[in-house]
Unconditional design. Sequence first.
Length: 110
Amino acid sequence: MRRGFAGLLLAAGLLAMGAVQAEDLPTFTLTFKPDGTFEPARLQVPAGRFKINLINASKEPVEFESIPLRKEKVLGPGVQSFVVITISRPGEYPFFDDFHSNVKGTLVVK
């Protein structure tokens, strides 16, 4: 019985640590605008681990996708979410809205 309770406490502690660590990350915002563009179209971030808040300000579903970063996230109209990315290599990494292939942007890692 004690082992089960200790395991539960450990799991709860690890979950809380993960939540705190995600909140402590450098955080950037990327907005899917109603006119079918990203704001900003070029998002500059530091190398390492960071969080991008995704905001869908449009009235259509959108999908943040980046093949080189191996990330994708679908957002319904008016929905907000986030992705956590870890990348150590500086460079430019394209991303796009998979539902609207002409909507593109670039993540610039310094």
